[in-house]
Design a protein around this ligand. Structure first.
Ligand SMILES: [Zn+2]
Length: 201
């Protein structure tokens, strides 16, 4: 799926309907910033907006995802390509999520093992400290790697405007979180809130 192609297509079809970004946004009850973001190729409309958007622009979802008016003869082939793209994207996100969990578990085991060695073995103080330093470094590296994988696995959903976005690593680390939500600032409406983590679109 080519987001920038779809974005240009949305802009083109919006103009063909003689609508401004603002007018299109009002019809969909979203902010005009969201429309502008789609048109710049920074994110696709969320699923619940796709049908109403297509209705307004008088195109099909298949056209929207393909970024062009699909010719009659190519219709099924394009639809299958778009479907496979979505499935592939979701599968890759699930894979990253699993890797992130495995990475976290290995880190915890390694850190525990190092701390136990340092605590229970008869060792010179210097070696003991070295083992503890290793444990701390392993913890930092492991958590960093797990977070890096997780931040790329899927999207966060803004509860105010429904935008799906991938946060920057800095925002991600700073945002305090529960298991499924993280406090982030939405790039579309600018509101900071607990955003739900979604692996799939
Ligand atoms: Zn928002």
């Amino acid at each position: 799926m080519d987001q920038s192609k779809t974005g240009k297509f949305i802009a083109q079809e919006r103009r063909a309907q003689n609508l401004t970004q603002r007018q299109l946004a009002d019809k969909l009850a979203i902010s005009d910033k969201t429309v502008s973001k789609w048109e710049c190729g920074k994110g696709l409309p969320e699923v619940s907006l796709m049908l109403p958007l297509c209705e307004i622009l008088q195109i099909t979802v298949n056209d929207l995802l393909s970024g062009e008016k699909v010719a009659e003869g190519d219709y099924q082939k394009k639809a299958e390509e778009n479907m496979m793209d979505l499935i592939r994207e979701n599968a890759e996100n699930k894979e990253r999520m699993t890797l992130s969990i495995i990475c976290g578990v290995i880190t915890i085991i390694a850190v525990c093992a190092l701390v136990m060695l340092a605590s229970y073995l008869e060792l010179p103080a210097a070696v003991r400290i070295l083992l503890l330093v290793c444990a701390v470094l392993t913890a930092i590296a492991g958590i960093g790697a797990a977070a890096r994988l997780e931040v790329k696995a899927g999207y966060y959903e803004c509860p105010h405007c429904g935008t799906l976005f991938v946060p920057t690593m800095t925002d991600y680390v700073k945002g305090w979180h529960t298991l499924t939500r993280r406090r982030l600032t939405c790039p579309t409406c600018g509101k900071t809130s607990m955003c739900r983590h979604r692996i799939t679109r």
